[in-house]
Design a protein around this ligand. Structure first.
Ligand SMILES: [Zn+2]
Length: 85
């Protein structure tokens, strides 16, 4: 499956969480690497989007579009940081 970079999710994260994904850094819960989330790999399907670590392919985040809500799972991230405003 082809993938996009994390920048493809910038608008969704901004709309849903008010997070500027292009400036966020996340630590992968799988390999421990901390990298810009914009550099992660985004796999977009009709059911939703999976953001995977560019280093180890662990799932970092999942967005699933349900009927009247969006399910956001960030359990693959040990943490993420965003610049303070
Ligand atoms: Zn990783």
């Amino acid at each position: 499956m082809t993938h996009l970079d994390g920048n493809a999710l910038a608008g969704r994260f901004d709309d849903l969480l008010g997070i500027d994904l292009t400036a966020a850094v996340g630590r992968c819960g799988g390999c421990g690497q901390a990298r810009e989330l914009a550099r992660a790999r985004a796999f977009v399907t009709a059911m939703g989007t999976v953001l995977r670590c560019a280093e180890c392919e662990s799932v970092l985040a999942v967005l699933v579009d349900a009927r009247d809500e969006v399910v956001v799972n960030l359990s693959g991230l040990a943490f993420f940081t965003v610049p303070a405003h």
